[in-house]
Design a protein around this ligand. Structure first.
Ligand SMILES: C[S@@+](CC[C@H](N)C(=O)[O-])C[C@H]1O[C@@H](n2cnc3c(N)ncnc32)[C@H](O)[C@@H]1O
Length: 252
């Protein structure tokens, strides 16, 4: 990552993570701001609102709509605060759908930052136990965290990550294409396309032209959807069923 805060002049904290600030967003939930990148982890128009809109409603519910109680495998690129994982765990319990959730993160957050986040409070959970379980879980280990949700966190660079098995859905939640252009490429999207089952979908908050081009080059069919608060559009990129591809497409 050329623009990595780890290369920036700003001194990182002792644990190697760049300094970040906690910021309150429009729905009362917190996000993190990285001054070195001038980048937030979520929309300042509502962190929880954005995660629910992009990843749960447009992603998970779409993926589960035809067979609600069938088990699903979800991959997240950019675990970060764990907000998407928490919302997915709550949805899995609510819908009684078994979910295996694999999350990739190159730069895990220090626990003292995580404990300051107010997601349990914003979501009116009785306490922060379930949220903290996500973070206390060791890396590279699959563990069942609730009756319908198991998690495996992988500490790896998305560029080096080799998916194991097929996923039904991908939450693509890297920093913005302007900040991390090396992650929003046809090469990365092709790797993710190959890791999706037929009919599976990748969702992301960005609908930039270059992102659409790279996703199409990787083979996806795009659906431009209304964006979360403050954003006009988001993208759902669907892997067509192989029976719908022409022979030449399938061989490409
Ligand atoms: C926009 S934040 C979103 C994080 C998370 N989904 C959340 O809800 O907090 C992007 C995340 O991607 C991680 N990241 C950045 N570059 C990465 C890379 N090359 N490989 C894996 N993760 C990366 C960052 O550390 C950060 O946690």
């Amino acid at each position: 990552m050329n623009n990595s805060p780890w290369n920036a002049s700003q001194t990182p904290a002792a644990d190697g993570h760049p300094r970040c600030r906690i910021v309150s967003t429009a729905d009362g939930s917190y996000t993190l701001y990285l001054p070195a990148l001038n980048e937030h982890y979520h929309s300042v128009n509502g962190a929880v609102q954005e995660s629910l809109h992009v990843y749960i409603e447009a992603g998970l519910r779409y993926i589960c709509k035809d067979a609600p109680h069938t088990s699903r495998r979800i991959l997240e690129a950019g675990f970060g605060t764990g907000l998407n994982a928490l919302l997915t765990m709550l949805e899995a319990e609510h819908s009684r759908t078994d979910i295996y959730y694999e999350a990739i993160e190159k730069y895990p957050l220090p626990l003292e930052i995580v404990t300051s986040l107010n997601y349990a409070e914003t979501l009116r959970l009785p306490d922060s136990c379930r949220f903290m379980h996500l973070h206390n879980l060791a890396w590279e280990q699959e563990q069942r965290l609730s009756p319908h949700f198991s998690l495996c966190k992988r500490r790896v660079d998305l560029c080096a990550y080799e998916p194991d098995g097929l996923f039904d859905g991908i939450y693509f939640d890297a920093f913005a294409p302007s900040v991390q252009p090396e992650l929003w490429t046809a090469t990365i999207f092709r790797k993710l396309y190959n890791s999706l089952s037929d009919g599976g979908a990748l969702v992301t908050y960005s609908a930039k032209g270059a992102v659409k081009t790279a996703l199409r080059q990787a083979g996806f069919e795009l659906q431009r959807l209304p964006g979360a608060a403050g954003k006009r559009h988001m993208l759902r990129a669907v892997k067509p069923h192989s029976s719908l591809l022409s022979n030449s497409d399938a061989d490409a």
